[in-house]
Design a protein around this ligand. Sequence first.
Ligand SMILES: *Cc1c(COP(=O)(O)O)cnc(C)c1O
Length: 458
Amino acid sequence: MRYISTRGQGEPLSFSEAVLTGLARDGGLLMPESFPYVASRLRGWAALSYPELAFEIMRLFIDDVPEDDLRAIVNRSYAGFSVPEVTPVRQVGGVHVLELFHGPTFAFKDVALQFLGNLFEYILRREGREMNIVAATSGDTGSAAIAGVQGREGMRIFVMHPKGRVSQVQERQMTTVLSPNVFNLAVEGSFDDCQNMVKALFGNLSMRDRCHLGAVNSINWARVLAQVVYYFYAAFRAQRGMHAVQPSFSVPTGNFGDVFAGYVAFRMGLPMGKLIIATNENDILARYFMSGTYAVEGVQHTISPSMDIQVASNFERYLYCMADGKAQTVKAWMDTFRKTGALTPGVPNDPIMAAGRCDTARTLATIKKYYEQYGYLLDPHTAVGVNVAESYLEDYKPMICLATAHPAKFSEAILRATGHDLAHHPDLDALLDKPTRSVTLPAETAAVGDYIERTIAR
Ligand SMILES: *Cc1c(COP(=O)(O)O)cnc(C)c1O
């Protein structure tokens, strides 16, 4: 399988090259040349364990890592999850909850980033290369990326987070990691500032080459690929016996990486009812799917901070699919968007896509309801997805709601919703007593670039 940019420039890349490249050199995102169609294999895959299924799906996209090596990378990546199913599915009230938070940092991002850390190490070692990873985080990516690469050879990681705008637990999960290859940058700005600076650093091609920059944000195709797996896995768990069903999925959405992985699963032939994009007050995507206009507004800070994103980087991958792979069209759209802050590709003629918005009051009410009626704690991100899913339940069942974080990561929101301080985990509570390390920097690409160059030179 070869990988090409959504903006059409440059030669096609191998999988390993695509993983190390992260963002395409023309500023676009890398996409596989085609989606393998697997409808005829679903029956045979239904009983596979999580790592077995991950191997079967991934190898369709990866032809430059020998199968035994890929199998070992996959097995190692999921051995550190706290439950043998890796991503269990539980029936809670009228919905199925797909628990994606059993990895080392308690958020779904571990599913992809544990894999990516092992993959980086394997490819860098094979090619005798090194890499300096630059990442932006609204909270969960940073800790999951750090957990994926801390202490590994051949790589450093620089993680920018918006100073004071991630939860205390999230901040401590990052800044208490004192490995010499981990650098936390507290940026005086928003998550979008951080994400823009990552793009700007990658856009500076001479620095990019000089510093061997690498990406772990969901602009990296390997992350999306790892997330495709659990859509299949959950669909098999929601079916009754061997009777396949057509599940719907509700996905708490920020950067559009997770829901795009669901779209890839659909294009590969996984039957689906609806694929629902659930947003908080930062509803640019929900507005787009309802109106056909994608227009930036200011960021609002909510109790689901990992979704406080305006410009969803993976949306470009969806636009590329909508444009039927015409990179010129995507490039023109993105140019307009950069100049005007809006683009109007029209409402997609895509019957599976749906969208909805859930504000803070409804998020809190949903947490309270699921706790009181079913004794189950939803974290605020998951609650957004569950709330939006409820409006589709009449017509679409089974409904699989992606649970993207462990509630203990957001214990303040749980307290506010239920009136009880219920959500704790000993590993997270223990972070409060540990020493931390970070540097504060202004939201200026030059300052961040300079810090990175000086650190590498040391
Ligand atoms: C990152 C994250 C999201 C959003 O996922 P995207 O792939 O960016 O759309 C939702 N919930 C939690 C808890 C997250 O960490």
